[in-house]
Design a protein around this ligand. Structure first.
Ligand code: S3P
Length: 176
């Protein structure tokens, strides 16, 4: 088995818990965790919101693809939580699946809305009707998430610890 195939990739909408689950999983499996938004921020020297404001969303999406291409090449045994929009670009989907086992954390729009009410760090949700936007975006992304995922978990009523446990159970060999 290729080394990169043992990475675990967490995908899902903003607020689905990818970052917190990644951290829990990292303790459990004793593997490093990386958040791709943070890696892009480090490369660019500014926050995701600043990248959107200064360079636009299309530029940010290009950086997501470039980063995935680099990660596929470097292939550490890692857990990656990726930005909610990463699976939307069709070329990113095979890259994500090549990078490792893709786990989709699926949450309902209302769950996401409750969690992200008042958040100012997601440029796509800074609008008059964030719940409407969440519903719309989620619907348009549904197929992207589903075609990308090796494993899907319904996470609305689950705490990050329980989600991490479920991933550990469903991915035998995750301990390496
Ligand atoms: C985005 C999700 C964000 C971040 C950017 C765009 C999206 O990541 O990449 O704001 O398009 O859904 P999180 O899912 O970690 O919030």
């Amino acid at each position: 088995m290729e080394k990169t195939s043992r990475n675990i990739i967490l995908i899902g909408f903003m607020g689905s818990g990818k970052t917190s689950v990644g951290l829990k999983l990292s303790y459990k499996l004793r593997r490093p965790v990386e958040d791709t938004d943070k890696l892009i921020e480090r490369r660019e020297g500014c926050s995701v919101s600043e990248i959107f404001a200064r360079r636009g969303e299309a530029y940010f999406r290009e950086q997501e693809t470039k980063l995935l291409e680099d990660l596929v090449r470097t292939g550490h045994e890692c857990i990656y939580s990726v930005g909610g929009g990463t699976p939307v670009r069709p070329c990113n989907r095979p890259l994500l699946r090549q990078l490792g086992t893709v786990v989709y954390l699926r949450a309902q729009p209302e769950t996401v809305y409750e969690r992200l009410k008042g958040d100012t760090t997601r440029p796509l949700l800074q609008c008059e009707d964030p719940l409407g936007r969440i519903r719309e975006l989620m619907e348009s992304r549904r197929e992207a998430y589903e075609t990308c995922a090796h494993l899907t978990l319904e996470v609305d009523r689950m705490a990050p610890e329980a989600i991490a446990e479920a991933i550990e159970t469903y991915l035998p060999g995750a301990h390496g």
